[in-house]
Design a binder for this molecule. Sequence first.
Ligand SMILES: *Cc1c(COP(=O)(O)O)cnc(C)c1O
Length: 368
Amino acid sequence: MTLDSRKVSTETWLVAGGRPVASGAPLNHPIVPVSTFEHGTERTYSRSDSTETCEALEKVLGGLEGANALAFASGMAAAAAVFDQVEAQSEVVIPDDCYQGVAQIAADGEAKGLWTVTRLDVGDTESWIAARSRARLVWVESPTNPLLKIADLVAIAAAPREPNGLLVVDNTFATSLNQLPLDIGAEISMQSSTKFVGGHSDLLGGVLATRDDELLGQLRKSRSLLGSFPGALETFLTLRGVRTMKLRLERSQANAEVLAERLAAHPAVGVTRYPGLRSHPGHELAASQLSGNGSMISFDLASAEAGDQACARLGLIRHATSLGGIESSMERRALTVGQEHLPPGLLRLSVGCEDVEDLWADLSQAIA
Ligand SMILES: *Cc1c(COP(=O)(O)O)cnc(C)c1O
């Protein structure tokens, strides 16, 4: 019997979805290191025709969103496939607090004269609504990285759209477990699977989900022509990570709720940004839109030096970029190219699955 993602709970689907079912089959799809297939079936070359393991991964991730999904070699490869749909002379809209790689694709295309870019504060809902009626591509993040601003996705998605307009939600911070952009009315939901989906900081991957079959076909074509099909080992590891995604998120999110409260009350900390805090400007919107507040926190120390010292003093929490791993990590974001506009002492903390008291002991000695 094959499982239907709509008939079982998310937890069950993550654990049991997409497994081989033939009698005598192994419980897991294998690592399939292959470029070419013996002639005679629909598969001829893996860059264009996929593999059974990749299709299983896509089935599980698509099932979470009630959609079809495509897996990519990275989050940026997924983003590139989306930008590949944009015709010359159209308008692209991105958040002013946008993942810097995506912002760079948009800016480079603008510099080449391919399209114009409008950068909007995600809190400025009216401007996003107006943009939806003009722009070919409306790319929004919510919560944003690293300021954790919340966009009114429901209002933006419901606005009248440009006839071919695509609303794409970069759902990396929320994940499909806390937010379902397609249910809200977006055309594409995107995640960097490098982060919470894979969850172990041991791979790069990306995923796009859509309910539009024609768009799916175009994105699949872009994946083939841009050469961004995920590697065999990464595909296997991502599917393995997905099995524990809910468990990991629940634990790291529970940890983050505790740490955010304690950071917000700490004398050395300026602003603490976490959607679960009442003091967060997007708190109520987050409560209406997200089923959980996630495990990303950003907070400000007094200066760049104070931030650097705190990172250098970390013992348990890793001083590293990226996020969404089972291990906690932290960095000072203004050090990243393209992020110089951020408060100099802003630290971005990706909360993992360690014991919360161990995490607090490390964090509080580092910022003391
Ligand atoms: C990491 C990240 C990306 C890019 O994904 P990669 O897998 O690193 O290519 C895009 N958006 C957000 C919000 C991210 O955190």
